[in-house]
Design a protein around this ligand. Structure first.
Ligand code: FAD
Length: 448
C-alpha cells in the first residue's frame, strides 16, 4: 500500500505552495497533477499578481523570461468611457507574469523541498472510510491506483475533484451558486504596436458588454497583451468569447493583431467557503473560493492559503490529530488574514453588479468614490465615501439621492460582514450559528 503524510491534489499555485511548505516541514508529500510535468503552470489567466503577495510569502519577484511586465497601476474606465480612474500606488504595484514559467518555478520549489510528483495522473475521487478522508483514487493512463495519506489537500482548482465528491454529511458546500462564478474568455495577442503606458493594466466596466463582470487589457512584454472578458453566470448570461469578439476585438486597436493563445476559464468571485476542513481533508485555492471577489485575483490568496495549509498539516501530524478539530486552525488563520477582506468585497461586488451603467457613469464622473478609495477598497480595507455637501446636493438635484442612501448601507454592511469574519469560530462547535449570521448579512447585502 502506497502511503504518504500528505497528498496534494493539483499542482497549481495553491497546490505547489501547500506541497512545498509541508515538505519543508519534513513531511512525506505526494503532489498529483493531471498535466505532464512540463505543462504544469499553463493556465488561462489574466497573469497579473500584486507585489505584496511576493513580499508576504517571501518569494523572489519574477525576473527574466518569467516577467512579462512590471505593473504600476490600473486604469478603470466607466461604461461611457468618459471617466477614467487612474489607480496607482505602492498597493497596486505588481507584475504580469509568464504564467507557465511562474508555475514551473513554484513546482520546482515544491520538488526541491522534497515533494514526490505524480504527473499525468488524474485523481478520480477521494477514498473515504467512516467519514474520514484517507486517500485518493488516481488514474495514470489505464492504470488505476489507490494512494493513501493522513491528510489530503484538495487544490484541484475549479475542477474541485475532492470537494465535489464528498458525501453531504461531511458538511462541506458542494457547489458555489452559479451567479457567484464568472465565466471568462481571454486571448494573448500581439498588437501592431505597443500600448501607450504599458505599465498600466486596463479594466473596462460595461454591463452590456460584460454583464456582472468586466473586460480587461493587460499589457505583457513588447507588443503582447492579455485581453479578456468575464460575465457573471446569471440566468441567460452571454457567451464571453462571443462578447469579446463582438465588442472588444473589433476595436481598431486589435486590427492586424495576431492570436498566440485563446481559452476560457471560471472564477469563483465570492467570500471563501465557510468550512475548509474535514477529518483528514483540507481545501485550498479556487476549491475553497479563495479569490478577491472584486477583481477575481486568486493567485495571491491561493498561495497564501497553500502556505498556511502546509504548515498546519505539519503541526497536526506532530500533535497526532488530523481530525476536523486538529486541522481547524487552517481555516481560522486564512479567514482572519484574508477571508474577512474577501467577505467585505463580496458585499461590494454584489452591489456593483446591480448598478446600472448610468449609475456607474454618474458615480465615477462625480467622484462618489475616488481613485484612492478604489485602491483602498480593492486592498480589502474600509471603503470611505466621498460624500461632501456638494456631492449630496448634486445627487439630490439629479433625483439620485437613493444611490447615496444605498451606498451608505453598503459601507455599513461591508464593515459588519468583515467584523463577523474576523470572529470566525475557533472550533466547529461555533460554526452553525456563525454561518447563519453570515448568510443573514449577505441577504441584507443582496437587498440593497
Ligand atoms: C480567465 C481568468 C483570468 C484570471 N486572471 C487572474 C489574474 O490576472 N490574477 C490572479 O491573481 N488571478 C487570476 N485568475 C484566478 C487565478 O487563476 C486562480 O484563482 C488561481 O490560479 C487558483 O489557483 P489554484 O491552484 O487553486 O487552481 P489552478 O491554478 O486551477 O490549479 C489546479 C491544478 O489542479 C489540476 N487538476 C485539476 N483537476 C485534477 C484532477 N482531477 N487530478 C489531478 N489534477 C487535477 C490542474 O491541472 C491544475 O494544475 C484568473 C482566472 C481566470 C479563469
Amino acid at each position: 500500500m502506497v502511503r504518504f503524510d500528505v497528498i496534494v491534489v493539483g499542482a497549481g499555485t495553491a497546490g505547489c505552495l501547500a506541497a512545498s511548505s509541508a515538505a519543508e516541514e519534513g513531511l512525506n508529500v505526494c503532489l498529483i497533477d493531471v498535466k505532464s510535468k512540463e505543462d504544469i503552470g499553463r493556465k488561462v489567466c489574466g497573469d497579473a499578481i500584486g507585489k505584496h503577495h511576493f513580499d508576504n510569502l517571501g518569494l523572489k519577484y519574477p525576473s527574466g523570461e518569467e516577467l512579462e511586465r512590471k505593473v504600476e497601476g490600473v486604469f478603470i474606465y466607466s461604461p461611457d468611457r468618459k471617466s477614467v480612474f487612474e489607480v496607482k500606488g505602492e498597493g497596486l504595484h505588481g507584475f504580469v507574469v509568464n504564467r507557465h514559467l511562474f508555475g514551473q518555478r513554484l513546482l520546482k520549489k515544491a520538488l526541491e523541498a522534497g515533494a514526490d510528483l505524480h504527473d499525468s495522473t488524474r485523481v478520480v475521487k477521494p477514498l473515504i472510510k467512516n467519514g474520514v478522508v484517507i486517500g485518493v483514487k488516481a488514474k495514470k493512463g489505464s492504470q488505476v491506483e489507490d494512494l493513501y495519506a493522513s491528510i489530503v489537500i484538495d487544490a484541484s482548482g475549479m475542477n474541485a475533484v475532492i470537494r465535489r465528491n464528498l458525501p453531504p454529511e461531511l458538511g462541506i458546500e458542494k457547489e458555489p451558486e452559479k451567479e457567484d462564478v464568472i465565466a471568462c474568455y481571454r486571448e494573448i495577442r500581439v498588437l501592431r504596436e505597443q500600448l501607450p503606458e504599458p505599465e498600466y493594466l486596463r479594466i473596462y466596466l460595461n454591463s452590456q458588454v460584460a454583464p456582472g463582470g468586466y473586460y480587461w487589457i493587460f499589457p505583457e512584454g513588447e507588443n503582447k497583451v492579455n485581453v479578456g472578458l468575464g460575465v457573471a453566470m446569471r440566468k441567460g448570461f452571454p457567451n464571453p468569447k462571443a462578447q469579446l469578439y463582438k465588442y472588444v476585438l473589433s476595436q481598431p486597436l486589435f486590427e492586424g493583431s495576431r492570436v498566440i493563445h485563446g481559452g476560457g476559464g471560471l472564477v469563483p468571485t465570492r467570500r471563501p467557503l465557510d468550512r475548509m476542513v474535514s477529518d483528514g481533508l483540507m481545501l485550498v485555492g479556487d476549491v475553497a473560493f479563495q479569490v478577491n471577489p472584486l477583481h477575481g485575483g486568486g493567485i495571491g490568496p491561493s498561495m497564501m492559503a497553500g502556505r498556511i495549509a502546509g504548515k498546519v498539516a505539519a503541526e497536526a501530524l506532530e500533535e497526532g490529530d488530523v481530525s476536523t478539530e486538529g486541522l481547524w486552525r487552517y481555516g481560522v488563520e486564512y479567514i482572519r488574514e484574508y477571508g474577512a477582506k474577501q467577505a467585505g468585497l463580496d458585499v461590494f461586488r454584489t452591489f456593483l453588479q446591480k448598478l446600472s451603467d448610468e449609475e456607474l457613469n454618474y458615480g465615477m464622473r462625480n467622484k462618489l468614490i475616488t481613485e484612492e478609495d478604489v485602491l483602498i477598497t480593492s486592498m480589502g480595507d474600509e471603503l470611505k465615501l466621498n460624500l461632501t455637501e456638494k456631492i449630496v446636493r448634486l445627487f439630490r438635484n439629479l433625483g439620485k439621492i437613493d444611490l447615496i442612501m444605498r451606498l451608505r448601507k453598503l459601507v455599513d454592511l461591508m464593515n459588519e460582514i468583515r467584523d463577523h469574519y474576523r470572529v470566525y469560530p475557533s472550533s466547529l462547535t461555533g460554526l452553525a450559528s456563525w454561518k447563519t449570521k453570515a448568510l443573514e448579512i449577505m441577504e441584507r447585502a443582496k437587498a440593497i
